[in-house]
Design a protein. Structure first.
Length: 422
């Protein structure tokens, strides 16, 4: 019996008895972990690895009383006067004079940030601050001209494997989402912008977002800016996410945004040659076209979340680390959720099996809006027997080195092997 057959049999038994009090006796968790370890591309994995490249930081930005009527207070990744790729990490359109506390999600390796007060003419008052001293005063800021291009929002890339709870192929391109967060039009609103960037899945793969630290009952409404669901007009019966409401309630009262039922259909169904097609295409994971491989401009949806007044006290703390995007797949007759490692035990919409897969992962959160995911059939990175390979293998900046030691090569995602990434 090969390893793949073994894990299918073991997990079939687990699924069969998943609601039974006897389930712990029907599934050998240690065997499962050993199979995963053999298949996983890193050996050994850092025993304390949490697959986390980001952290929340809190900046204290002081706005003097003499500055009133400005447009918004922000934390930026860079100074727009010297870097046209500067993006907004946090913003407050309703700031106060005096100290303001802005929470933002930052890459662990980033040490320099910029406080910015946007004036009515679009110019900016800019003040640099560092991770060692998260405090800045606009009183002695430098004024710069209005940026030539409107400032965009910091974006994270979420990369998923489709095969959980089985081992994956570890190209992390089966579903790729790019997500940013911004203020809404009122103090109790936030907007979440979601781009479906790629899918290399062989099977049906859906997606949703769990809004962390908020309950379904905390939210007044969730609206789609253009009024259309991604899978409006889907020509088949819904198999995974049967409830079509955008705002959904999780099993334990969680607030959930429904994204889509079928990643491939979302990307291809409006193409001239594929209108309504249910053929499972691989999209944006190859550099050549074929009968089942395409390159298509990603689609974007903006979700407007209106929180109830009783739930707005913590909204100034809302950042990209307040969301838990996950994908949904079918395995052995059951519906399974795949989350990033921090939330791997979450069973938000579907009852899952309470088993532990060790410190392997099927999903990654990359603190970059330009991350280049591996091409189909190119593993993201390996480290076994001292040999480093994969799409991210540059010495000192390799995925495998980070996986083996969480404190090293934390910038690996900035160093692709160009021929092996999209």
């Amino acid at each position: 019996m090969n390893k793949r057959h073994t894990i299918v049999v073991a997990l079939s038994a687990l699924m069969l008895f998943s609601t039974s009090s006897c389930k712990k006796n029907m599934f050998d968790e240690q065997v499962y972990k050993e199979i995963l370890k053999q298949e996983f591309p890193i050996d050994p994995v850092d025993a304390q690895q949490q697959w986390n490249l980001t952290m929340n930081r809190v900046a204290t930005i002081n706005v003097p009383a003499s500055l009133k009527g400005q447009k918004r207070l922000m934390v930026l990744t860079d100074n727009p006067a010297t870097n046209s790729k500067a993006t907004i990490m946090a913003e407050n359109k309703w700031y106060n004079n005096g100290d303001n506390f802005l929470v933002f999600a930052a890459p662990k390796e980033q040490s320099t940030f910029y406080a910015a007060l946007e004036q009515t003419d679009g110019s900016l008052l800019i003040k640099e601050f560092t991770a060692n001293n998260l405090r800045a005063s606009i009183a002695d800021a430098t004024q710069i001209a209005k940026p030539a291009n409107a400032l965009g929002y910091q974006t994270f890339t979420y990369c998923f494997e489709e095969n959980y709870p089985e081992p994956g192929d570890y190209d992390f391109n089966d579903c790729v989402l790019r997500i940013s967060v911004e203020s809404g039009d009122t103090p109790n609103q936030r907007k979440i912008n979601v781009s479906l960037a790629a899918t290399g899945a062989d099977k049906l793969i859906g997606a949703a977002i769990n809004i962390l630290n908020y309950k379904y009952s905390d939210i007044e409404s969730i609206e789609i800016q253009d009024g259309k669901r991604w899978d409006d007009g889907y020509p088949a019966s819904l198999y995974l996410l049967k409830d079509t409401e955008t705002k959904q309630e999780g099993r334990n009262g969680e607030a959930v945004i429904r994204l889509f039922e079928n990643a491939s259909w979302v990307l291809v169904h409006n193409q001239a040659d594929n209108v309504g097609a249910l053929v499972n295409y691989k999209v944006n994971v190859t550099k050549t076209y074929s009968e089942t491989s395409l390159q298509i401009n990603p689609t974007v949806k903006t979700y407007i979340i209106t929180f109830k007044e009783s739930a707005t006290a913590l909204l100034n703390n809302f950042s990209l680390l307040n969301i838990d995007p996950f994908v949904v797949t079918n395995y052995n007759g059951g519906t399974w959720e795949t989350h990033i490692y921090n939330y791997k035990h979450n069973n938000v919409l579907f009852e899952g099996v309470n088993q532990d897969s060790g410190n392997m992962t099927w999903a990654l959160c990359i603190p970059s809006g330009t991350f280049r995911w591996p091409l189909e059939e190119h593993i993201i990175g390996t480290a076994k027997g001292g040999v480093i390979t994969g799409a991210y293998r540059e010495s000192g900046h390799a995925f495998g080195q980070w996986a083996a030691n969480r404190n090293k090569a934390q910038d690996w995602y900035l160093h692709p092997t160009i021929t092996e990434v999209y």
